[in-house]
Write a protein that binds this ligand. Structure first.
Ligand code: BTN
Length: 281
């Protein structure tokens, strides 16, 4: 039987299995959503929660969540892999079916970034989380989490999108490979505390459902002030690596209403960048 059809526990189960690191009771107690996460599959290990949901979620209803304790081939943006050790972090994918214009879809990842930042702020208010376009979560310049949105199907007012979120929660420096040691962080590293991942997942789904409802009605506009306040790149000189194109360089001047990054180039001209990976120069 395929793993998606053989959950270790579903939200309706009274007891999570002994080895489940996600506690169903704690998750249920904190979950305030109507749709997102009301059907949830937890797996001890999968290659990629996004991959599994993409493969098996074709007919599923909006809100289905796949959650894994460990990923063996977690996917990052720009074809990278996502470091996904067992027992410490959150690796979650949720199926959305936004009934909005296809033209709005490129702005969805930015809304998701805001929702994750809100969840972090609610769980760890002292942690100064920032957003790096298009949707990295940074703390003191180190990566706390990332979002990978993958469109399954598009149709005007009827698309299906997988939103994958990876967030480092109880990861401690000893677990981090040397090549990532200087660039990643976790909530535990920033606060000296351990977090209940069930509560983290519930809070994140709560924030996403609220933000998603606003985005479906009004698009990105209501999120722009928040983005500007959390923007890790604003006023900084950045290089944006773009797949199949030469990098764009300039001073970052925020995000426009279509979710594009505004750059002031060395010759003073302005340029809009629609996708890529931004680095401080
Ligand atoms: C990034 O490169 O910043 C995006 C990382 C997204 C990782 C998450 S973990 C859960 C979901 N499943 C995946 O394979 N990737 C996303």
């Amino acid at each position: 039987m395929h793993p998606l059809r053989r959950p270790l526990y579903a939200m309706n189960d009274d007891q999570p299995s002994q080895e489940a690191p996600i506690n169903a009771a704690a998750l249920t107690a904190h979950l305030r959503t109507r749709v997102l996460g009301r059907t949830l599959r937890w797996l001890p290990e999968v290659d990629s929660t996004n991959r599994l949901l993409a493969e098996e979620g074709g007919e599923a209803a909006e809100g289905l969540v796949v959650l894994a304790d460990r990923q063996t081939a977690g996917r990052g943006r720009m074809g990278r892999t996502w470091f996904s050790p067992a027992g410490v972090n959150v690796y979650l994918s949720v199926l959305l079916q936004p009934r909005v214009s296809v033209a709005w879809l490129p702005t969805l990842p930015l809304m998701v970034g805001c929702a994750v930042a809100r969840a972090v702020a609610a769980l760890a208010p002292a942690v100064p989380v920032r957003l790096k376009w298009p949707n990295d979560l940074l703390v003191h310049g180190r990566k706390l989490g990332g979002v990978l949105c993958e469109v399954l199907t598009t149709a005007e007012h009827e698309s299906r999108v997988i939103v994958g979120v990876g967030c480092n929660i109880n990861l401690v420096p000893a677990m981090v490979p040397t090549e990532l040691a200087a660039i990643v962080t976790s909530l535990a590293r920033e606060t000296g505390q351990r977090f209940d991942r069930s509560v983290v997942v519930a809070e994140w789904l709560n924030q996403l459902e609220t933000a998603y409802a606003v985005w479906c009605e009004q698009g990105l506009a209501p999120f722009l002030p928040e983005w500007a306040a959390l923007d890790a790149l604003h006023g900084r000189w950045v290089r944006v690596e773009q797949l199949g194109q030469p990098p764009a360089e300039g001073v970052a001047e925020g995000v426009d209403s279509d979710g594009l990054l505004r750059l002031r180039q060395p010759d003073g001209s302005r340029r809009l960048v629609c996708s890529g990976d931004a680095h401080l120069v």
